[in-house]
Write a protein that binds this ligand. Sequence first.
Ligand code: NFS
Ligand code: SF4
Length: 633
Amino acid sequence: MSEEKMVSLNTIDDQLIKKAADEGIETMWDRKKAMKAPCGFGEKGVCCRICGMGPCRVSPVAGKGAQKGICGATADTIVARNFARMVAAGTASHSDHARDIAHVLHMASRDGNYQVQDEKKLIALAQEWEVPTEGRDIYDVAHEVAEIALNEFGKPFGTLRFPDRAPAPRRKIWEELNIMPRAIDREIATIMHSTHMGCTSDAESLLRLSMRTSLANGWGGSMLGTELSDIVFGTSTPRMTEANLGVLEEKQVNILLHGHDPCLSEMIVAAAQDPEMIKLTEEVGAEGINLAGMCCTGNEVTMRHGVKIAGTFYQQELAVLTGAIEAVIVDVQCIFPSLAPITDCYHTKFITTSPKAKITGATHIEFNEEKALESAKVIVREAIENYKNRKQDKVFIPQSKAQAITGYSNEAVIKQLDRVVNSNIDPQGTVKPLADVIKAGVLRGAAGIVGCNNIKTKHEYSHIEIMKKLIANDVIVVTTGCAAQAAAKAGLLSKDAIKLAGKGLQAVCELVDIPPVIHLGSCVDNTRIIRLVSAVSEHLGVDNSDLPVVGVAPEWMSEKAVAIGTYVVSSGIDVFLGITPPVTGSPEFVDLLTNKIEDMTGAKFFIDENPLTLADKILERIEEKRTKLEARL
Ligand code: NFS
Ligand code: SF4
C-alpha cells in the first residue's frame, strides 16, 4: 500500500483493516466512507438545534441565504454558543471523572481496597487547604481533604482553590476578565443556561464564559483528577514499557483496558495479580494474564505500573480484530459503540462497567467501588474463562512494538533535574535547571503535544512529524493522552530518540537522563503541564504568556480537547490546532480565537491542518516569544 493511502503511520494497521475486509467486518474507515461529504453547516458550526423552532441552519456566507435563525441568532451567536457547549461537555467529562476519584479517596481506609499511596502529597495538599495534619490519622486527613475536594464542585460562594496556584500576574488577568472560576458544576450549569434559547447572544461574552468554564476544568476538575489520583494510586515514576498491538501475547489471556478512570483499572491490575486468578489462568491453559492499555486508562496504568500500551484511540477496533483479546474492559469516555458488533465477530467479551457508559450489545458488569477488588475479580474471571474460546485461525497479532519510558510526574521531572544541581550553590527540588536552559537558549522552548487521533488525518502522522521537527530544533516536548501513546509507538519516548534531537536538547537529555519527548500521563494530567509552566514562570518572575512555550493538539477530536485548548490559552499558553474546530462559519468568532483573545490572555489559537507548516508556525512563535523574553530578563 502506498504511503499516502495508509490510514496511519503503521503498516500493521493496514494489515488489520485488510483482515477486517476479508472477514466482512465493518470498521470506522468503512463508516467514514459511507458518510460521504460531511454536512457543510455542521462543519462550520452554523447549525443550531437549541430550541424546537429549529433546527436553523444559517448561511456561513455573508449576504447569501438565510443570515439568521428564526429567533434572529446570527452565525456568530450560533458558532459561539456551540463552541461554549463543547467546552461545557469537555469540562463535565474531566471533572466528573475527578469527582469519582474524590469519592474513592473519601472511602479509602487502611484495610480497604483503596488506600493512600502518596502520604506526602496528601499532607502537602492538606496544608495548602489549611486542613490540620499534626497528630492526626492520615485517613482522617484524607477524608477531610476529599470532602473539601467534593465541595469544590458545588460550593455556593467564592471561587475555586487551585487557581491560587497560578502565577500572580495570571490570577490578576483572570480577575480583570471576570473569568475566575467558581464551583465546577456551577460553571458548567452557567454555560448551559447562558446558551439556552434567548440568553447570551454576544460572541465575545460566550467566549469569556467558555474561558471561565474551561478554567474550572484545568484549574479545577482536571487538576483534582491528577492530584487525587496521585494520592490514592501513587505519584508516578519513570518506568520502561512497550507499545503497539505487538504487546498482545499469543499464549496469555489478553485483557484490554480502555477508557479513563483509574478507580477501575487499578483494581483490575490488582485482581490480575491475585493468586486465585493466577491459578485459574493455569487451569485454562494460559501462560499468564497480559494487561494492555488503551487511551487514557492505558496512560494511567502504564505510568503507575508499567502496564503495556496496546495503542491509541483509533486502534480500539483494530485491537479486537487481532482476535487475540479475551476481554475489552471499559469504563468511561472515548469508547466506540462499534466495539459491540466487532467483538461479536470474535470470542472477545466487551464488558462495560460504569452506569455512565452503558453500551448497547455489551455485557454490563457494574463496578462497585465499595467492593472494588471483588468486583474486579468477577470481571477478570470472565476474561480468563473466555481464553478457551479463542479461535486460533482468526488470530493475527502484528509483530510490532516499541520500547518507551512512561510515567514522568512533575515530581519525577524535578528529581531528574536535581541531577544537574550543584547543591553547594542551588537548592534541590526546583525547576531552576529547566528555567536556566530555556533562558540561555540551550532549549529554544517547550511544547506540550497532546490529544486524540482523528480520522480526518492520517493517524499519528501529524503527532510524530511535529514532535520530530520540534525536538530537532531544540524544543523539548512533553506529551499526554493518545499523543503520548503515538510517541511511545514511534519510539520517541525512549532514550534512543535522543539522537533525533538538536544539539542543545541532546545535551540536556544526556545530562538530565531523560528522553526528548516526556510522557506526563493522561489528558487530565495536562494540568501537570500547566503547573510545570507556571513553576518556570514564577521562577523567572514572569507570566506564562511570556515563555516560549506552546500547547499543540495535532489530531484532536473530543469535546474534552476543546475544553483543554481553551484553558491552556486562558492560562497564557498558545495552542496550535491541527484540526479546524467547527467555528469557521463565524469570521468574528474565528477572529476572537486566533487574534483578539491574545489581547485578553496573552495567548491565542493557531489553526493549520498541514502538520509541516503548523510545526513551522510553532517554531516561529517560540522565537518571537524568546525575543520578547530576552529583552525583559
Ligand atoms: Ni484525551 Fe483520553 Fe485519547 Fe483524546 Fe480520548 S483517550 S482524555 S480525549 S482520544 S487523547
Ligand atoms: Fe433557531 Fe434560534 Fe431556536 Fe437556534 S435558538 S434553533 S437559531 S430559533
